[in-house]
Ligand binder design. Sequence first.
Ligand code: NAD
Ligand code: 6OD
Length: 487
Amino acid sequence: MAKTFLHFINGEFVQSHGGRTFEKRSPIDNSLIGTIHEGGKHEIDAAVTAAQAALHGPWRKLSIEQRAEMLYRVADEITRRFDEFVAAEMADTGQPKSVMEHAFIPRGAANFKAFADTVKNVATETFITPTPDGKGAINYALRGPKGVIGVICPWNAPLLLMTWKVAPALACGNTVVVKPSEETPATATLLGEVMNAVGIPKGVYNVVHGFGSDSAGEFLTRHPGVSAITFTGETRTGAEIMKAAAVGLRDVSFELGGKNAGIIFADCDLNAAVDSAMRSVFLNCGQVCLGTERLLVERPIFSQFVAMLKERAEKLKVGRSEDKSTTLGPLISKSHQSKVLSYYENARAEGAMVVTGGGIPKVSVDLEQGFWVEPTIWTGLSETATVVREEIFGPCCHVAPFDHEDEAIRMANDTPYGLSTMIWTRDLARAHRVAAEVEVGLTWINSWFLRDLRTPFGGSKQSGIGREGGVHSLEFYTELRNVCVKL
Ligand code: NAD
Ligand code: 6OD
């Protein structure tokens, strides 16, 4: 049965003023999942007003320990309603159930626990300052919330990415207005029920659905009551949001696009490296910002690596999310499918050797209207080719050979992006050397997407601004104030 996704404002589920809605379609078969209420200026204004009232009211009165306690309860409630979250996100994204159960949904609860732990254990700096009268002074720093935080999210891992922002924001005493992606309304809405169930005060967590430009997203970034904006999405969108944030000099934290390289040296554990490459290229149908779209492989193992990758990629099985044999889901939308397929065409036109894939897979009749694309591997392109330079965000990669460590570093860095790299080698001295040279925020050695939520997470160059994770999140979500006491 088709659902209705309402806004969550001041602790209540509400329709859009005027009742404007748009449709959410299933990536699996293009069937109607539900209608989403589209927020505009009216809803953003109501949500920001509620968030401001909560900020200066009940939320502010709680001690850090009490706030942390509430966030542990949020985590427990997500865990208690785990199956509902899995079902909701699976319906929105069409990805395999196993990915939801083992990777993305557990992070919803883990994010709240991690930031509750973090804020309980933060020390503030203190200086004993000499003064001319010899009596001295004490300087100490206080951290307070920044205000109402605008949280704008993408569709590729909706609950994980939204709670990665909402949890630290709330842990630091801020209140939030979330604008989920128009493609994935479900888990942000469900989280509203969780917030009410565990007694989070009204107005602390608000959700307004809608689009970006000239819709809820843009109105949120322009609202003067929003103190700072945290955004995950495309680099181009980040630039638009930055312009809006400049009015009123609001702070931004950005996790943006990438064109990540995997550097595979000939001495690596080949089997493990191919497995890792498979995950990093094809997980979530390639819709992972940290995913590898450029594989650089040392020449002596190049042919073998490509052959092994091809064999495994051809075993990926598309299908419905609940089907245990499904290992590759669809893309998020018809328009994203068209975009990825246009890159497939472009690769061919620019002379790629198509190792596998390159089109739409054969699927059963009931799936024919879904947004499927074949897992695709190319070789033979130059570093200037479009699919080697632009982020595609699909299940595809280009594999290129290299001869020397320096060449691999140069090729890895030959991109305006700087999000992540993975390095596969048994020579750890070399691994550290290369890690120090690659211009990215995140490097994995002999692994990929292995997370410790206390570590700084974010991108360099055009892949982001700022770092979030553990105490690093405090830089963005708190205002640091100094107090000087003359003794
Ligand atoms: P997107 O930039 O198109 O949209 C993201 C969000 O921004 C959506 O909610 C959208 O409605 C909103 N938006 C769009 N235009 C806006 C505007 N002018 N003002 C305010 N809001 C606006 O991104 P997407 O297609 O949803 O997500 C895919 C992109 O996200 C990829 O580029 C991917 O690399 C990136 N991403 C990065 C990370 C990271 O950690 N670096 C993580 C996940 C996704
Ligand atoms: O693990 C995280 O905290 C994180 N932000 C992952 C991003 C995945 C992008 O698709």
